[in-house]
Write a protein that binds this ligand. Structure first.
Ligand SMILES: [Zn+2]
Length: 142
């Protein structure tokens, strides 16, 4: 939408003269909206949610199956399936998050999901380093 720099009258797109004061229009234009469209935002949110579901779904399933009964054949089967799936799902989740971040860089949820993954990754690295250090310490003592 254009506005007259003289009187602020709202003008149709592409007008070269103000219809109210007759002033010639300069380069002044309402700055383009920097936000992404709500439709794209919705798509990015969906991608992020699917990504989160893929990331945490298998873990939730395995915890659930362990909670129900690990001793029954059905429970152990679910545990085996979910552990096999978790690798693939984690990878798919990360890929989806990257797609959401690249296609919709301004989406907040995708950004939050990215930071969740980075935080978990960092915790995983710190945890394994601590574990190695603890093992090394234990081995030196015995
Ligand atoms: Zn005007």
């Amino acid at each position: 939408m254009n506005y007259c720099p003289n009187c602020g009258n709202q003008l149709p797109q592409g007008a070269s003269f103000c219809t109210k004061c007759g002033g010639k229009l300069g380069v002044y234009q309402q700055p383009q909206q920097a936000q992404i469209s709500p439709e794209d935002d919705k798509k990015a949110n969906n991608l992020s949610l699917i990504s989160l579901g893929l990331f945490f779904g298998p873990s939730a399933l395995s915890i659930l199956s362990a909670g129900i009964s690990a001793s029954t054949s059905a429970g152990s089967r679910i545990t085996a399936i979910s552990s096999a799936l978790s690798g693939v799902c984690t990878l798919a989740a990360i890929v989806l998050m990257i797609v959401a971040r690249v296609k919709y860089p301004k989406n907040k949820l995708a950004k939050i999901v990215m930071w969740i993954y980075i935080a978990l990754f960092a915790i995983g690295i710190i945890g394994s380093v601590l574990l190695i250090l603890a093992c090394a310490y234990a081995c030196r003592n015995c």
